[in-house]
Design a protein around this ligand. Structure first.
Ligand SMILES: Cc1cc2nc3c(=O)[nH]c(=O)nc-3n(C[C@H](O)[C@H](O)[C@H](O)COP(=O)(O)OP(=O)(O)OC[C@H]3O[C@@H](n4cnc5c(N)ncnc54)[C@H](O)[C@@H]3O)c2cc1C
Length: 376
């Protein structure tokens, strides 16, 4: 790994800093949609949404290192995510670039890059989560269409999305080879979306029913039976996105702020040696995640697609979230039973740990496919 940046890369970092200094970063992206829209338009004009996508695909054609610098600087400035569609930009777009036909790229990528579409993801079913290859939603071909029938669950944003990136079974004979990826218009007749409230009463995920939904064969991504290949790349991108260390750096900053305000024995908790030790340990683990992220980046710079190693950071994030929330709630003391940010995230962070594959599944991947241990 080479930790040095070239003069061009340093110049790019300065360009990002200058852009941030010149533009108003929306303070609360949910409360001020106009400010967010203005921010997005400025990013679109710079081609910084989909910045590392190839120019032929409408992206910025930036290098992966520049993309890393861009995200690092934006995170440092506490800017909102680059673009409005996390799933679309993190895995649907890259899957379209890698597996889509020219027509499919023209059809879906521009809206993604211009913040005009929202995608959701239909993998999980009531009996198929970790064991995704057991999925049962069927797609039966009739001329130029597939007739899709089945049920998906935990489908984040299905109530807002225009499109679903979805796995269906086109054949039952082969567990993996009978799986196909299709892109379905959420307004198609026969789709019903039912909300599932989470522990704090928010609505982010859903059950989605497909009752003989007609999907043009032209909406199939990759060949029939190639869905598993398409989705393995998408899942690696999802795991990388979820476990970017920048999010954890921001969370650690919040924890340090809390430790400054909270008291232990009449003094700021941040002066307590045990609290300091715990925070220092979190800092080291986040640095390890950042270095792992750079290791993935190095592989990608050599032309390799993100693969099994993305499970390492995804797995590291789980215990870190648990321990950071334990410390935060401890620092809050009796206040921990009142409503508040840490109280709220302590009830919902488990979603990030489970979504994209539970910690046990990441352990299996690391054990079997990276360390070469016998199969579970
Ligand atoms: C916030 C959130 C958002 C989500 N969004 C989406 C979405 O948009 N689209 C989508 O398709 N899905 C989504 N999911 C679903 C997610 O992918 C699944 O919850 C996850 O893959 C686990 O599947 P499951 O819930 O069926 O649990 P199960 O697979 O039933 O697992 C239950 C437990 O058994 C353990 N386990 C299972 N198999 C093994 C094994 N072989 N070895 C060891 N332990 C094992 C698991 O680790 C877990 O602890 C989301 C989940 C969450 C929490």
């Amino acid at each position: 790994m080479d930790f040095h940046y070239t003069a061009e890369e340093e110049a790019f970092r300065e360009e990002v800093r200058a852009f941030i200094a010149e533009h108003n970063i929306p303070e609360d992206e949910h409360e001020d949609p106009d400010a967010l829209e203005g921010w997005h338009q400025a990013l679109i004009a710079k081609k910084w949404i989909g910045f590392s996508w190839p120019k032929e695909a409408g992206g910025g054609g930036g290098s992966l290192i520049e993309q890393f610098i861009l995200k690092e600087e934006m995170s440092e400035a506490r800017a909102p995510a680059l673009g409005s569609d996390f799933m679309g930009l993190t895995w649907v777009g890259p899957a379209l670039i890698n597996h889509g036909t020219e027509e499919q790229k023209q059809r879906w990528l521009p809206d993604l890059l211009n913040c005009r579409s929202i995608w959701c993801t239909g993998y999980s079913e009531p009996d198929s989560g970790s064991d995704l290859a057991s999925l049962k939603t069927r797609a039966v071909r009739e001329g130029d269409e597939y007739i899709v029938t089945g049920q998906k669950i935990w489908t984040t944003l299905a109530h807002k999305a225009q499109w679903i990136f979805m796995l269906v079974r086109t054949e039952s004979a082969d567990r993996y080879g009978g799986i196909t990826c299709v892109l379905i218009d959420m307004k198609s007749p026969g789709i019903e979306v039912n909300p599932i409230p989470n522990l704090v009463g928010d609505h982010s995920f859903n059950q989605v029913f497909f009752n003989e939904v007609r999907v043009p064969v032209a909406n199939r991504l990759g060949d029939e039976g190639q869905g598993w290949r398409v989705v393995m790349g998408a899942l690696a991108n999802e795991r990388t996105g979820i476990s970017e260390s920048t999010t954890m750096v921001q969370q650690l900053d919040r924890l340090k702020d809390l430790a400054r305000r909270a008291t232990r024995g009449g003094r700021p908790a941040l002066e307590d040696p045990e609290v300091r030790r715990q925070i220092a340990r979190f800092d080291c683990r986040i640095s390890a995640m950042r270095l792992n992220g750079m290791r993935h980046l190095t592989h990608q710079l050599k032309g390799e697609l993100p693969g099994t190693e993305t499970s390492v950071n995804k797995w590291l994030r789980g215990p870190l979230e648990i321990e950071m929330h334990d410390l935060a709630l401890g620092l809050l003391g009796p206040e921990a039973v009142e409503p508040g940010d840490w109280q709220r995230t302590s009830l919902v962070f488990h979603g990030t740990v489970i979504g994209g594959g539970s910690p046990n599944i990441q352990r299996n991947i690391i054990g079997e496919r990276i360390l070469g241990l016998p199969k579970d």
